[in-house]
Design a binder for this molecule. Sequence first.
Ligand code: PEP
Length: 259
Amino acid sequence: ASTRTPLMAGNWKMNLDHHQATHLVQKLAWTLGDAKHDYTGVEVVVAPSFTNLRSVQTLVDADRLGIRYASQDVSAHASGAYTGEVSASQLAKLGVTYAIIGHSERRQFHAEDDAVVNAKSKAALGEGIVPLVCVGEGLDVRQAGEQVPYTLAQVDGAFDGISADDAATIVVAYEPVWAIGTGEVATPEDAQEVCAAIRVRLSELYSPEVAGAVRVLYGGSVKSGNVAAIMAKPDVDGALVGGASLDADEFAAIVRYQQ
Ligand code: PEP
């Protein structure tokens, strides 16, 4: 048993307008609060679109909902002539706790490589935002049995030049690309294999203390029906949830995986 606080993060992706986002975060809070289940000890995070962060912030702050929120991306640049980008300092002013960085959809559709992920992570850390760094292999790599070295190379790239103190705060999400949005969930053993390898690598890069502090999440078609078996694995500290996080009841059930 680790002392790491389990973290359940909902990645809403490019879904929900302002009213829907407001409604969803409220419904999630009611569902979690109304259920007479104890989910204390699980950190709950939602990642709305940039345009919906302000509304989510207002609700969360006003009602002390006990839910944290993340951006889905952050600029590597501090400020200036970067049309369309959103900086870490702008996000910090919105009370963002985490920034998802290097999601496979960013890597695939926006050509983000490990150097970009590293630069964005440093930009976030510089403003007190915790990077939630996504790594994971595609189907071809998995079929070649190369998932561990492939993913560890991404970890090396993401953490390059980051201090041990900062590294200890970072959250890593292992998201095999073939399992994202496909309904094809990795087995608990698949998840454990790579999550454990990530922790060993952090121990080599830094120390056993840093490796023991970093939370490693699994992501890829997580649902209420499969989350408990995945969370039972010793090196899986939470889940990054896409599709299932858009349904308050389903995401609440994931948060309460211990019941
Ligand atoms: C994700 O986008 O991070 C994800 C894991 O999506 P899904 O849960 O829909 O597979």
